[in-house]
Design a protein around this ligand. Structure first.
Ligand SMILES: [Zn+2]
Length: 488
């Protein structure tokens, strides 16, 4: 188990901290995360964290203390992020129950912390008391796809739970779910196990059966037990999953900005080596919640096709190009992994242009392209994803369309391209992506394609000649696709 929220750096524990760590270990707590409270005690918090391999800390200013801090305090938080490897920004948030700081001061400080968390890719530990509405409004506003975190000591109803989950947040439960008067049963039952963390919130929130005593991480098992009881699953299952959740949330997320999957996996490997210098909380594979998760989607696109051909003739090779041919089509996109999608696309374009005073004309004709592409995403967890494409295509050409001398042929091509997606999630429904992509199809079938000799005064007066033609299609496009959510 991991106690994701225990203030064991506080004075109450000074004399008994070692005993508490021993008892925690005996009860199965392998790691403890200590969120910060106020700048005055930052140094002590860091010293305590360094005293044991089992201890980790978050850095930030508790909403209770918002009023006491000046502009330098947030700089101090950033300095500690840079120098001391905290694993989270927290605890931060809003508390309207106690009237220690005015709401505006709290909100302002909360936002500053969220911006720091995004800047350094750290998860946030959020405290909330009587402030759900403002917490959600601010989180929604700051959520750009990179913000991760936990709403600690979660005590909302199922509606608030759903909002938290839609924002990509985890929730952690503490001793209050064991209280006889607790009204959290429905919330605990509804919360998906893969979004739940365990915490004691020591020295407060002591669970049943130790109410009245000072809380400590060794009591974490009572929270796990209660969750298992409510969800009617085994305690082992609760422990296994919540531990996994905590390990993946409090891991540093590294965004990669390179335009090839190979390069990015190499980079990922080298950064993994760097990360291994951190304590072994980070040793498991990262699993970061992706608010822009896609699995299978359908869409359509529109663009203009430019066809460039090199025609081999006795007197040499000459190039002709046909621009501005409108094309449209549809696609199915399937994501076997978040970094890669397999796309089947169909392009229809009809060249209505007649180029006068030229022999070996291409038009009027129809080109249909079936594209099988793999798209490689550089940063799939962001609102804006960059990708590169590579795959085979088959091009079906129909020449002399509409005349009595129609001819058809097909050729094999390689398609490649670059583009970006803008992800627009619709809560509970799905994800709409709008993309701009520039794709090129290189025709690999060099020999014996058709050239057309065409009489501009009479569209029916055409002759086909066999020529060696190499062509490529430039197909820039705007793509709109929809991915229904299939979250449990
Ligand atoms: Zn706390």
């Amino acid at each position: 188990m991991i106690d994701t929220h225990a203030h064991i750096d506080v004075k109450d524990f000074d004399d008994v901290r070692n005993d508490i760590l021993i008892r925690a270990e005996e009860s199965g707590v392998e790691k403890i995360i200590m969120p910060a409270i106020e700048p005055k005690t930052f140094n002590k918090l860091i010293d305590v964290a360094k005293s044991s391999e089992k201890l980790f800390f978050g850095i930030g200013i508790h909403p209770h203390n918002s009023n006491e801090v000046n502009g330098e305090a947030i700089n101090l938080v950033e300095k500690i992020i840079n120098e001391q490897n905290p694993i989270a920004v927290g605890e931060i948030g809003l508390d309207y129950f106690y009237d220690f700081s005015p709401p505006d001061v709290q909100k302002n400080l909360f936002r500053k912390h969220l911006k720091l968390a995004k800047k350094y890719n750290l998860p946030v530990i959020v405290h909330n008391r009587d402030a759900f509405e403002d917490i959600f409004a601010i989180l929604e506003d700051e959520q750009d796809g990179t913000l991760t975190g936990v709403l600690h000591c979660f005590s909302g109803n199922t509606e608030q739970l759903e909002k938290a989950l839609n924002l990509g947040f985890n929730v952690s439960f503490t001793g209050n779910i064991t209280f006889r008067k607790s009204n959290l049963e429905e919330t605990v039952r509804t919360a998906p196990l893969e979004k739940i963390l365990l915490e004691t919130d020591s020295p407060w929130m002591t669970p049943v059966p130790y109410r009245g005593k000072k809380n400590e991480p060794a009591f974490l098992k009572f929270i796990a037990e209660k969750i298992a009881e409510i969800k009617k699953i085994s305690i082992d299952e609760v422990i296994k999953m919540t531990t996994k959740n905590a390990k993946s949330l409090f891991k540093i997320v590294i965004l990669l900005f390179f335009f090839s999957f190979c390069v990015s996996s190499l980079i990922a490997q080298s950064t993994r080596t760097e990360e291994s210098e951190f304590k072994d909380l980070f040793s498991e594979e990262q699993e970061v919640f992706n608010p822009y998760e896609k699995s299978i989607g359908i869409g359509g696109f529109l663009g203009t096709n430019t066809i460039v051909q090199s025609i081999e003739e006795a007197k040499g090779t000459r190039d002709v190009s046909y621009e501005g041919i409108i094309f449209y089509g549809g696609l199915i996109n399937y994501f076997p992994w978040e970094f890669v999608s397999i796309q089947l696309g169909y392009v229809y374009s009809k060249n209505r242009k007649i180029v006068e005073k030229s022999k070996n004309l291409l038009g009027p004709n129809i080109h249909q392209v079936f594209e099988l592409g793999t798209q490689w995403y550089v940063n799939p967890n962001s609102r804006l994803n960059f990708f590169g494409t590579l795959g085979p295509s088959i091009i079906f050409n129909k020449f002399g369309e509409g005349t009595d001398k129609e001819k058809e042929n097909s050729s094999f091509a390689i398609n490649t391209g670059i583009g970006f997606n803008l992800n627009l999630p619709f809560t509970g429904v799905g994800l709409l992506t709008v993309s701009a992509e520039w794709r090129l199809s290189f025709d690999m079938t060099v020999s014996n394609t058709f050239g057309i000799i065409f009489n501009p005064n009479d569209p029916n007066d055409i002759k086909f000649v066999e020529q060696r033609i190499t062509s490529f299609f430039s197909l820039p496009r705007i793509v709109v696709a929809f991915y229904p959510f299939n979250r449990q």
